[in-house]
Write a protein that binds this ligand. Structure first.
Ligand code: ADP
Ligand code: MG
Length: 341
């Protein structure tokens, strides 16, 4: 049996000491955990700040979310937002509210995931807050990053004629979630039933439980000297993110269905669930891929990178948001997929 230490045995201060590693990797971290505030030397760069809440039974379900993955994902979703501004994530603060349902060991699992993500993305944990909650678990992470002022990419600078690019593939996380929800249902009906997580669907489950932020793509754009006009990360689904870019940039867009990247396993799983793979890609969400627009003169450099697909073009505002289907028909893009009739 694994050891269970009650949080009350350690107290708040002892708990923080046990969870925090203390060491930092950036010389600009002047003061980390241990004082009233952390201190960062921002030098000549601009500071980027983003924050996200993860609330039990709203954003995650512990019946199928391993605690280490939860910690990892809590960092990644914030890091993804920093990359979406073309910045470099450097620091995070971690705030946690827990009930006595959770042991110290359970919190250590969450922190193992947090620190693993910090190692992978080059981040220092520089503070946080710890408090009790009557029932569920709440994690809020704030990420702090940096960028030169002229390299920051906003959502509102897409230009007519820009190529619309997306990284990786879409819809996989949504299909992974559908598998987990189905397995939970089966389990609730028959607790002796083993979840059917096979080699085939493990990629989809990994996409929902352990997403990665697109660090390599940001580095590629930098080495190739490509500065996107507009960029956003895909947390709510392609359609919804396209709407943000188009409304903030006051432009339209034309997306080609056949160019939307969908992994074969995601495609096959969508078919098994009787879902349209394109709708999963457009409305699924939680993929944490990057969506960005570039000047068409950058096309050659972009197509060199297998991790980036060109899926359409930015059009005039009066053209609206459109999707050209495989069959050659044009539909209006809606926040929840598109309406076909
Ligand atoms: P204060 O009372 O000033 O808010 P705390 O006792 O809450 O200070 O925190 C002490 C130190 O530990 C601070 O540096 C704070 O940022 C850090 N800290 C508190 N909780 C966490 C946590 N969950 N993860 C990382 N650092 C934390
Ligand atoms: Mg505090």
């Amino acid at each position: 049996m694994t050891k269970r230490t009650e949080i009350s045995e350690l107290g708040e201060f002892g708990l923080i000491q046990r969870l925090s590693q203390g060491n930092t990797q950036h010389s600009d971290t002047i003061k980390s955990i241990g004082d009233d505030c952390a201190v960062i030397d921002t030098k000549l760069l601009k500071t980027l700040v983003t924050t996200d809440f993860l609330v039990e039974d709203i954003h995650f379900d512990l019946s199928y979310t391993p605690l280490k993955h939860l910690g990892y994902k809590a960092v990644v979703v914030n890091v993804s937002d920093i990359y979406a501004m073309n910045g470099t994530p450097k620091h995070i603060t971690v705030s946690i509210a827990v009930s006595n349902r959770f042991s110290v060991e359970a919190l250590e699992e969450i922190y193992a995931g947090i620190y693993l993500a910090c190692e992978n993305y080059g981040i220092d944990v520089i503070g946080g807050d710890t408090t009790s909650s009557p029932k569920g678990l709440i994690i809020s992470i704030t990420a702090i990053g940096e960028a030169a002022e002229d390299k920051i990419v906003y959502r509102n600078q897409a230009k007519e004629g820009d190529l619309i690019c997306v990284t990786g593939n879409l819809g996989a996380a949504y299909l992974g979630l559908q598998i987990l929800i189905r397995e939970k249902q089966v389990y609730l009906e028959d607790p002796y039933m083993k979840p059917e997580i096979t080699e085939e669907n493990s990629y989809l489950i990994e996409r929902i439980l352990k997403p990665e932020a697109k660090k390599k793509i940001i580095e590629y754009l930098k080495t190739e000297n490509i500065l996107p006009h507009a960029m956003i990360d895909i947390s709510d689904g392609l359609s919804s993110e396209l709407m943000h870019i188009c409304s903030q940039s006051k432009v339209g867009c034309l997306i080609e269905e056949k160019e939307i990247p969908i992994d074969q396993t995601a495609y096959d799983q969508a078919m098994k669930f009787n879902l349209d793979p394109t709708v999963c890609a457009l409305s699924g969400g939680e993929d944490y891929e990057l969506l960005f627009t570039i000047d068409p003169k950058e096309r050659e450099k972009i197509i060199q990178n297998e991790g980036i697909s060109i899926i359409g073009v930015i059009t005039k505002p009066e053209d609206g948001l459109k999707l050209e289907s495989r069959g050659g028909n044009t539909f209006d893009l809606k926040a929840q997929g598109w309406v076909s009739f």
